[in-house]
Design a binder for this molecule. Structure first.
Ligand code: ADP
Ligand code: MG
Length: 620
């Protein structure tokens, strides 16, 4: 299981000085860090002192892209073209996020509740992966400029509660930004590494990581043993953070007539000014007793005492979550050896006081709380680069393993650099009514289309009992043993039909071949993503066309010829765009058809329910 150094600018496989950077891809702010003379250091902006890049992306009318502080300036003047909080959308379907759609000033599209969310800017559609990739590109450029060399390898952090698809989405974003993402690690794990906790493999302890950022709060309890970080429990609130502290200050100023409430609600630029002043007041009060500000437009004042009283209920909420996390992990406060503070909002003194008094412990808070995650990720990168010899490194698989799904897409089941041994299961279903056999083709490689990857083998799951498409529950398991031998098992769970094959995957390729495959995957990332989104849009659209046609057959009697004709027209138009190569056009037509058919479906459903209530169906 070798690591392969490849030089992306020359395409050569060579042993160059390994550099693996650490990236904190945050909801509010992101940053990149690396190890300089043995110490982790966050990279500052060019000619400046700031290390944080606001996680904000702005598209102008010409589709030029701005990221970070420059994009933040556009939040108020171009709300529909300025995307923030994209991390909240990673790996999510519309169904997952529609309850906080109000919180977003830009539009997310909802053509199918179960499909992944897309963001619409003008006539273009972007995935959260595309947008996160823009942030990562900006960070990559920042460090490349600083170090005057190319940087490809990175460790990226995610919250401990991120699921498989959110982690995969983060990985994809890295790839699209031209990064080779060697590891996705948990933010609390990174933070504790930055404090040197768990770096020594003989270190055994249980710690708490308390993370209060701009818009989210989470607390994790980790148990560390032999260099392995296990998340015992996590709790939190995905809508609680520094933004709420700002909001509390604004409300206070309004109540005391220091700002004009009416103007605040109707005048966007005034609103933005007030918001920035509230944030300034808050950060000022982290080190001073009083905030006093006056210019020609404002006379503002708030004391630290008042501020603390305002936010106390919010901080109590976080303490409550800490309590729950302890209960879930079945751990008492006395078992905790460290409390690590993460996130810009833990700079607020009363937050520190309340957390410290709850746990009855001094805090680990000496490292910049908004940098600590990136610094820890850089340390993990250094370990992976083999520069910290005393740290345990587990064996990893060098190339991703997966199967072919509809449209020739590679569905990765075990991502490259996963620890081995490893076992992962995933559920699939059939796409055709009455389908009895399912061919399972196993591939190895990083490209999005299986044709570009290496086929390892295939087998057929036979004798699936005839069921409508989508009903069979087919579980595919990949089991990679300690010797790198892959066993693939497929079973139809409703009927118990089962098949398996053994593949000796890892030994078929030379290091050189592996390096070549990896290199190709970076060079083609953009093109692959285009192909992939087009194929995904087509698959989705084909399903929409099929259901629209089925719907017409079953509900002809309910609607006027006009309505049916319109529906047919929209369906045909979608069929035509499916034949083309423009994913945005497909998405747009799909959206139009869905919007037209949703009320019809509702009417048909009402009718069916009424019929059922009449007892008609029961008698049959
Ligand atoms: P995220 O993890 O959500 O990306 P950060 O960890 O960067 O966010 O935290 C951002 C939040 O920290 C913002 O609400 C910001 O106002 C707040 N913050 C930064 N510095 C201070 C400070 N000195 N005092 C209080 N809050 C601060
Ligand atoms: Mg954070």
């Amino acid at each position: 299981m070798a690591k392969i150094p490849i030089n992306l600018s020359t395409g050569n496989i060579e042993k160059e000085e390994e550099l693996i950077v650490g990236i904190d891809l945050g909801t509010t702010n992101s940053l990149v860090a690396y190890i300089k003379n043995g110490n982790a250091e966050a990279v500052k902006e060019e000619n400046g002192t700031r290390t944080l890049v606001p996680s904000i992306i702005h598209f102008d009318e010409q589709e030029n892209i701005l990221v970070g502080d420059l994009a933040k300036e556009k939040l108020i003047s171009f709300p529909e073209r300025t995307i923030y909080s994209v991390k909240r959308l990673m790996g999510k379907s519309y169904d997952d996020v529609h309850n906080f759609e109000n919180y977003l000033a830009y539009s997310i599209i909802d053509n199918d509740e179960n499909a992944l969310v897309k963001i619409q800017v003008g006539s273009k559609f972007y995935t959260p992966v595309n947008l996160s990739a823009e942030i990562l590109k900006a960070l990559k450029q920042r460090i490349e400029k600083r170090l005057k060399r190319s940087v490809q390898k990175a460790v990226i952090t995610v919250p401990a509660y991120f699921n498989d698809s959110q982690r995969q989405a983060t990985r994809d974003a890295g790839k699209l930004a031209g990064l080779d993402v060697l590891r996705i690690i948990n933010e609390p794990t990174a933070a504790s590494l930055a404090y040197g906790i768990g770096v020594d493999p003989n270190d055994e302890r249980t710690i708490v990581v308390y993370d209060l950022g701009g818009g989210t709060f989470d607390v994790s309890i980790l148990s560390i043993s032999q260099g392995i970080f296990e998340v015992k429990s996590t709790h939190g609130d995905t809508f609680l953070g520094g933004d709420d502290f700002d909001r509390a200050i604004i409300d206070y100023w309004m109540e005391n007539n220091q700002i004009d409430a009416k103007k605040f609600n109707i005048n966007n630029s005034y609103k933005q000014q007030v918001r920035l002043l509230a944030e300034k007041a808050k950060t000022h009060l982290s080190g001073n007793e009083i905030y006093d500000f006056a210019n020609k437009d404002f006379v503002l004042k708030i004391s630290k005492k008042t501020f603390e009283a305002l936010i106390k209920p919010l901080v109590l909420k976080t303490i409550d979550a800490c309590n729950k996390a302890l209960t879930d992990a079945q751990i008492s406060k006395s078992d905790i050896s460290n409390v690590v503070m993460v996130g810009g909002s833990t700079r607020v003194p009363v937050v520190k006081e309340m957390v410290s008094s709850f746990f009855g412990k001094n805090l680990n808070d000496e490292i910049n709380p908004d940098e600590v995650v990136a610094l820890g990720a850089a340390i993990q990168g250094d370990v992976l680069a083999g520069k910290q010899k005393n740290v345990l490194l587990l064996d990893v698989t060098p190339l991703s393993l997966g199967i072919e799904t509809v449209g020739g897409l590679m569905d990765t089941i075990i991502p490259r650099n996963s620890k081995i041994p490893s076992k992962v299961g995933r559920n699939y279903t059939t796409s055709v009514d009455g389908q009895k056999n399912l061919k399972i083709s196993v591939f190895q490689g990083e490209r999005d289309l299986v044709n570009d990857n290496r086929k390892l083998g295939e087998f057929i799951l036979r004798n699936i009992p005839a069921m409508p498409a989508g009903i069979p529950k087919i579980e595919i398991q990949f089991i990679l043993d300690a010797d790198g031998i892959l066993i693939v098992k497929a079973s139809e769970l409703r009927s118990g039909v089962e098949q398996k094959i053994e593949i000796r995957s890892q030994y078929g390729l030379s290091e050189e071949e592996m390096g070549k495959m990896l290199l190709e995957s970076f060079q083609h990332a953009e093109e692959d993503l285009k192909n992939r989104s087009l194929l995904e849009a087509r698959n989705e659209a084909n399903n929409v066309v099929l259901s629209a046609k089925k719907f017409v057959v079953h509900n002809k009697a309910l609607f006027s010829p006009d309505v049916l004709e319109n529906l047919a027209k929209l369906t045909t138009s979608l069929e035509n765009s499916i034949k083309g190569n423009d994913k945005d056009a497909i998405n747009e037509d799909m959206k139009i058809l869905n919007e037209f058919s949703a009320p019809l479906a509702e009417k048909a459903l009402d009718f069916a329910i009424n019929e059922a209530l009449k007892g008609k169906n029961i008698a049959e």
